[in-house]
Design a protein. Structure first.
Length: 121
C-alpha cells in the first residue's frame, strides 16, 4: 500500500466523519438516540451521499487501478458500526450505526468503483 493510498483513505475518512459530525451537531440530535422518521431518512440519505463522495475522493487521491482504497474505507466505516450494534443490544437506538453498516459502508466502496469506471469524453 502506497503513501498515496493511505492519504486517500485518511482523506475519505475525514470527509465522512466530518460531514456526519456536522449534521448531528447542527441538528442537535444524538446519533445513539431515537429520532423522528423524517430526520432518520434525511440523515441516511445525507450519510450515503457523503460516503459515496468519500469513497470517490479516497480512490482519486490513492490513484489505484483497483478499488482497494474504497474497500479499506468501507471497512473503516463498517467495523465500528458493527461493533456498536453488536455490543449494545437493547441499549438505545442503533439506527444510525445500522445504516452506516448496511448502506454507508457499501456506498464508500461504490464511490471508489465509480471513480475507477468513469469514462472521460
Amino acid at each position: 500500500m502506497t503513501a498515496r493510498t493511505v492519504i486517500g483513505i485518511i482523506a475519505g475518512n475525514v470527509i465522512f466523519i466530518a460531514s456526519t459530525l456536522l449534521l448531528f451537531y447542527l441538528a442537535r440530535v444524538d446519533p445513539h438516540a431515537s429520532a423522528s422518521p423524517r430526520f432518520m431518512v434525511l440523515a441516511i440519505v445525507y450519510g450515503v451521499a457523503f460516503a459515496l463522495l468519500s469513497g470517490f475522493v479516497a480512490g482519486w487521491i490513492g490513484k489505484r487501478a483497483d478499488i482497494i482504497t474504497g474497500l479499506v474505507l468501507a471497512c473503516i466505516i463498517a467495523v465500528p458500526a458493527a461493533i456498536t450494534v453488536i455490543s449494545r443490544p437493547g441499549e438505545g437506538a442503533v439506527w444510525s450505526q445500522t445504516a452506516a453498516l448496511f448502506l454507508m459502508a457499501p456506498a464508500a466502496l461504490m464511490g471508489d468503483w465509480i471513480r475507477k469506471n468513469r469514462q472521460f469524453s
